[in-house]
Design a protein around this ligand. Structure first.
Ligand code: AHG
Ligand code: MN
Ligand code: MN
Ligand code: MN
Length: 328
């Protein structure tokens, strides 16, 4: 019988008190994810309806964004967390002041896909809390992604999946109703080094810098161009779905900065999207950068800071950096 999530967390945490708190938090998130998934599959009109407000990043808030935020905040309140930072809340929330961990979360990733029944997800990042953070809470979500103690994402698709890492490989679990919990689907997934697919929202082509345009042009030229082979393209519009596909069969994902005023640093958020994705991708042997700098080395300016994001098969991510370094 494949190992369960509980057995995996036991093996990852050992007797380390802080790691055990990370494990407890992930267990609580998994329970919350099953609850959210049941709400999604139960449907009910309105989950995709705009609530009328926008979040701190200016995104339209959908009903399910808010429902998901509430479900995961309840899970956070039951976990050993001092701070909770969410895409759907302007500021970090103080929970247990003396707890040793903080969590940043994208409660519902892929909101534009809710009403079309396309795969969506939840992304989480777990960080340590130091004394300096208790003194100045604004610092807690300005830690670099390399400080993460655990990170991952749930995929609400035909399968309910958990992709996670605690820094020792990246592991995939599938929710099994028969088993009544998450069981291991892929122990230590490894990203294929060669990319045959690319993921980018091509409608933004006119907003990209020239090196990104040249890089995509060469992929589109396929076997008639300098790459001398054909590539396929996939763009789901849910980061979790594109990331899981790339973990499974290789590829490269790009959301570059573009000239539009609020997307100068790209659309994706560093703390609760790029950092956890980068943690899982790098622990699977891939790479994640802002085009040139490793995502995990970037110091966030704040909880909702954005960053350009390029991740996937290592060789391909490095090739993008060469196009940027030498645009000729
Ligand atoms: P969210 O729904 O949490 O705001 O995230 C949406 C993100 C990400 O999931 C996806 O890769 C990207 O937005 C899609 O952006 P476009 O709609 O601009 O293609
Ligand atoms: Mn959003
Ligand atoms: Mn998102
Ligand atoms: Mn979201």
């Amino acid at each position: 019988m494949a190992s369960s999530l509980d057995a995996h967390l036991e093996s990852q945490c050992g007797n380390d008190p802080l790691k055990r708190q990370v494990g407890t938090t992930i267990r609580n998130l998994a329970t919350a994810a099953v609850k959210l998934r049941n709400k999604i599959t139960a449907g009910g009109e309105g989950l995709g309806q705009a609530k009328g407000g926008t979040n701190a990043g200016g995104d339209v808030q959908k009903e399910l964004d808010v429902v998901a935020d509430k479900i995961f905040m309840e899970a956070a309140e039951a976990s050993p967390l001092a701070f909770f930072g969410s895409e759907e809340q302007d500021d970090a929330v103080l929970l247990k002041p003396d707890a040793g961990l903080a969590m940043a979360i994208d409660p519902l990733d892929g909101s534009s896909n809710i009403e079309t029944d396309v795969t969506i997800g939840t992304i989480f990042s777990i960080l340590p809390v130091e004394e300096e953070h208790r003194a100045d809470p604004s610092k807690v979500f300005r830690q670099k992604g390399s400080r993460q103690l655990g990170a991952g994402f749930f995929v609400y698709g035909p399968q309910l999946l958990l992709v996670m890492s605690m820094g020792n490989g990246t592991h995939v679990f599938i929710f099994s109703p028969g088993f009544g919990g998450f069981v291991e689907l892929n122990a230590s997934i490894a990203i294929a080094d060669k990319a045959n697919e690319f993921a980018i929202n091509a409608s933004n082509y006119r907003h990209w810098d020239q090196p990104i345009r040249s890089y995509i042009d060469d992929l589109l030229a396929g076997s008639e161009g300098p790459r001398e082979r054909d590539f396929n393209m996939r763009w789901v519009g849910s980061l979790v779905a594109d990331c899981y596909r790339i973990l499974l069969r290789g590829g490269i994902f790009l959301y570059p900065g573009d000239g539009r005023k609020n997307y100068a640093k790209g659309r994706l958020r560093l703390v609760y999207e790029a950092n956890p994705v980068a943690f899982c991708v790098e622990n699977a042997g891939g790479r994640a950068t802002d085009g040139t700098t490793p995502i995990l080395d970037i110091e966030p300016e704040g909880l909702h800071d954005r960053t350009p994001l390029v991740f996937g098969s290592g060789r391909e991510v490095e090739r993008v950096a060469r196009y940027i370094a030498d645009p000729s």
